[in-house]
Design a protein around this ligand. Structure first.
Ligand SMILES: [Zn+2]
Length: 261
């Protein structure tokens, strides 16, 4: 893996005490401990590292407790360099480096392989369902806002992954803090917890070779969540025809404002 030099901060999990090495590119985001699934917000990066950075986050997130969606699971999968290159053939070349720098200036794109890898490990894994194959659209579910993020990918992936409408995938989500309402391209559902301004989804199947972990997560997700994801996906293409985000990991954070297809 390249970019092993990405700055990280060491955080102690408030749930299990494990010391985690989290890239500062995840600062301000909601992540999950890969060991115990405790959810916490990565503190904002400080200009210099101090011993205080080693302290656990001060406000432990409330126990998500009983009821719906108790299974909040960190993705716990690692990035495949080969799969990343399929999505971005120039990712590791100098032109790809320029692209990554450019995109990182545009916002909070996790532009290094190491940041993408950490996202896949620490983010929350949820249902994602193929809505159509031409164009290739994937609805990625977020329980925080009870919404889907509509993602568009190259149709070349359809054959590679033998996709058809209804195929099940796994999204790994992290969250960005902002104004209370969700960003404009998300349609908030009635089960929203009202937290987090924006969702950054990454489709694990397209980015990781840890297929056993991905498969076992698919088995663990309840039918209810799969059905809700498929239903919200179908509603989304009716309500916002032509609207989708570029589903690739440097772009999937970016709310879509104009029609993509
Ligand atoms: Zn933990």
């Amino acid at each position: 893996m390249t970019s092993a030099n990405e700055p990280t901060s060491r955080l102690k999990c408030g749930g299990c005490g494990k010391v985690l090495s989290v890239p500062i590119s995840l600062a301000g985001r909601q992540v999950k401990c890969p060991k115990c699934a405790h959810a916490f917000r990565v503190p904002d990066a400080k200009p210099t590292a101090t011993p205080a950075d080693l302290a656990p986050p001060t406000a432990p997130s409330p126990n998500r407790g009983a009821g719906r969606s108790t299974a909040s699971d960190p993705g716990n999968v690692s990035l495949s360099r080969e799969k990343l290159e399929v999505l971005y053939p120039n990712f590791f070349t100098s032109s790809g480096l320029l692209m990554r720098l450019w995109k990182s200036l545009a916002g909070s794109a996790p532009f290094s392989p190491s940041a993408i890898n950490k996202h896949l490990q620490f983010g929350d894994s949820r249902a994602a369902v193929v809505v159509s194959v031409s164009p290739l659209l994937v609805a990625a579910y977020s329980d925080e806002r009870d919404c889907v993020v509509m993602l568009k990918f190259s149709e070349e992936l359809v054959a590679t992954y033998r996709l058809k409408p209804g195929s099940r995938l796994i999204t790994v989500n992290t969250y960005m803090q902002g104004p209370n309402r969700p960003v404009a391209d998300l349609i908030e559902g009635p089960l929203s917890r009202g937290n987090w301004h924006n969702v950054i989804p990454m489709i694990a199947d397209f980015l990781s070779d840890d297929m056993d972990t991905i498969e076992s997560r698919k088995q663990a997700i309840k039918d209810e969540e799969w059905q809700r994801t498929a239903m919200l996906g179908a509603e989304y293409v009716q309500t916002k025809p032509g609207k989708a985000r570029d589903g690739r990991p440097l772009d999937s954070w970016k709310p879509c404002v104009t029609s993509l297809f």
